[in-house]
Design a protein around this ligand. Sequence first.
Ligand code: AMP
Length: 632
Amino acid sequence: MSEKIKNFHQSSIDSTDEFWAEQAKLIHWNSSFEQVLDYSNPPFAKWFVQGKTNLCFNAIDRHLDERSDQAAIVYVSTETNAEESISYKELFQRVNSFSSLLSSCGVSKGDRVLIYMPMIPEAVYAMLACVRIGAVHSVVFGGFASASLAQRVDDCSPKVMVTADAGLRGGRVIPYKGLVDEALTLSTTPPANVILVNRGLVSDIPWTSGRDVDYNQVIGTHEDARVGVEWLESNEPSYILYTSGTTGKPKGIQRDTGGYAVALAASMNHIYDARAGDTIFTTSDIGWVVGHSYIVYAPLIMGMTTVLYEGLPTTPDPGVWWSLVEKYNVNVMFSSPTAIRVLKKQDLKYIEKYDLSDLRHLFLAGEPLDESTHSWISDAIEKPVHDHFWQTETGWPVLTPMPGVESTQIKYGSPSFPAYGYNLKVLRESDASEADDNEKGLVSIVPPLPPGCMSTVWGDDERFVSTYFSAFESTMVYSTFDWGIRDEDGYHFILGRTDDVINVAGHRLGTREIEEAIQVHANVAEVAVVGVQDAVKGQMPVAFVVRKKLSELSEIQQNEIEKKEIMKQVDQSLGAIARPRNVYFVSMLPKTRSGKMLRRSIQAITEGRDPGDLTTLEDLSAIEEIIKVTSK
Ligand code: AMP
């Protein structure tokens, strides 16, 4: 680690108040804060106490004098062939209209609004419109199925829901409204109104009069509306974003307002090396944290142009992303290892064809970046490619190179160094002492968590403490639930999760959630789901099922039928993203004598590795069966 990076990081830890007070100047405060940090109630950290600000004002209004004609959003859909540039002035008008529409539905400060949308500009208007009036948005990824959606509706009781007629994927129309209606039937706290943006993709949209509002029909009446911003105390919530954990019930990650705005603005300077007027292209989806932070809020807060892209990375051809980099003079790009692995299979000519001279950096996150993919993309685009590590919980990078501070050598396989603000330690599992260089330990953060990180679990402070701060009895530290090591040069390496969470194409799924979905099938007695390595997606779920009874069909026929049914069951409960790559039928699952499932052994066998220590196993034949079915 260079002296400069080391000192920069150290100053953020030693002089926390001074460091963050300086970063806080990057945003607009309607009234200044009285205290930088209030940490009187650990592990709850309050940042910029009594300061009043607003995310929407920082993202739009404050740029109007200087950048009203600059593109705020460049929208490109290779699904509908739409291409539209939306200036800051236009964004201001559209967001004001949307805020006015929400207010007309009775939404006001503190109310929740659930957004279930494809990648269209209206999704971004909806998010900004919420925070403008102090409403708390909860964006749910458009690929989630009705049961998952219902669970999220029940957890946050939204007053209004915003959706569209359909999403599109590879030319396939995925109708949303029927699914939304089904979720609302399942829900115990359905919203009073559902605002629907009709893209004209579905011929007959199911409609509930009195509840459903046709956006296209009503938005005109709000066209000239100007809605004043609601100034929020810095620690008031801006949004909730659900993420998976070890239990079946997703956690609502609650974000504050002022700390988040400051953290994002600072990260644009120090990490992404970006400035006002630059263009960023983040290839994620607004349903994920990367989309919240680096498609929507950070670029707009910084007065940049953000590219909002709907479509696959390979359509109409695998050069599409690079063509956008050329056309829109993209300076910073942010994507995922899975996407790059997809592109790696294609001819290099799709990259070489385009002029990437404006591009300064490509950042990748969300899952481990393997060395071969890292070196391939670095050579292909001849630009620095930065692996960086973070989580839904943190909202911005935890381990990262900081080219905005200083360019440092890239080590393949490593997301480099702890970001400023994070007092990160690799701790021994046995006693919470610090691991030596190159010794595996739990990647932990000594609290307080810096600005921008989650403030609590929505509606459940106790769960925040018990989930994240209880890894050790002797000391209260935040657990990332990742194993890692730090080498002698201060570079960190992530070695995988410590819990039963798997990472499919950069998306986090709890194996418990998938097991619960499969358990619903009438003939499933017991099930174990593990994540196994996948050449493109990083990991994929695989299910092992013990069934209740055999049918009169041959075993092969029954397997085929039930495998399909189980996959459909997962599609319906969680969405296709969680569909197992394979379902194996066994007569028993390997467990210890105390009844604990030996998931690591099942996973190892499925990946063709040694199952490890089996001394606690109750019945060896269960392992033999797993070996037999997976080697077929
Ligand atoms: P999510 O909250 O869905 O972004 O998932 C966060 C998890 O993804 C982390 O706890 C890691 O397990 C994994 N992850 C994210 N970024 C990286 C990275 N750069 N390298 C390795 N794992 C990562």
